[in-house]
Design a protein around this ligand. Structure first.
Ligand code: GRF
Length: 200
């Protein structure tokens, strides 16, 4: 299966997919990496692996819809079976999502529907939960509210700060992403009308 991965930052989730896909038995490979900004580690990781990259910055387009159409067209050119948003910090718009129905997944560092948004680890810590985790979900137009594909629980330790908790979550997040993207690539998946996801 062909993966296009979208990143905005350090790209450790991307790296986990690049590493996994070195084994042909994994069933998926990263054919392109896109970003909404220049000069980030995620792009350098792709270049290091010999994977083509592209950048579409919102500010280089007349408006958000034009940006969405541009990124849609570039991604479509790589004919992905699955688009993985891996630390991509922009919301993908309706035009983008309509081009890849049920085929855009995102990873979030909390057990959705708890703690959606940009500061999931900070919010979990502030709330005082003893268990948080990560969620792989199918992207819809809402923020962090698409059908859940898989989740993994992570304990909150007494001396955690936002960074230590987020780093512990990210270890689980990378494992979950690699596991489920591989399963989806090899066996396929369905999403029913009641938003129940079945990975074969
Ligand atoms: C991940 O925790 C992702 O869920 C969150 O930002 C982090 C990205 O990490 N939105 P990386 O760029 O893959 O290292």
């Amino acid at each position: 299966a062909r993966l296009v991965v979208l990143v905005s930052g350090s790209g450790t989730n991307l790296q986990a997919l690049l590493d996994a896909s070195r084994d042909p038995a994994y069933g998926a490979r990263v054919v392109a990496v896109g970003a909404d900004r220049d000069a980030i580690q995620g792009l350098a990781r792709a270049e290091g692996a010999g994977v083509p990259t592209f950048v579409h910055r919102v500010k280089d387009h007349p408006d958000r819809r034009a940006w969405d159409l541009a990124i849609r067209d570039t991604v479509a050119g790589y004919e992905p079976d699955l688009v993985v948003s891996a630390g991509f910090m922009k919301l993908l718009g309706p035009d983008f999502l309509a081009a890849f129905p049920g085929r855009v997944v995102n990873t979030h560092p909390a057990l959705l529907p708890s703690f959606p948004g940009m500061h999931a680890a900070r919010d979990a810590l502030a709330y005082g939960v003893k268990v948080t985790g990560c969620t792989l979900f199918a992207v819809t137009e809402g923020v962090d509210d698409g059908p859940v594909i898989a989740q993994s629980a992570v304990p909150v330790e007494a001396d955690d700060d936002e960074n230590s908790l987020h780093e512990r979550i990210k270890v689980a997040e990378r494992a979950l992403l690699v596991d489920y993207v591989g399963r989806m690539a090899r066996g396929g998946w369905t999403i029913d009308a009641e938003r129940k996801v079945t990975v074969k």
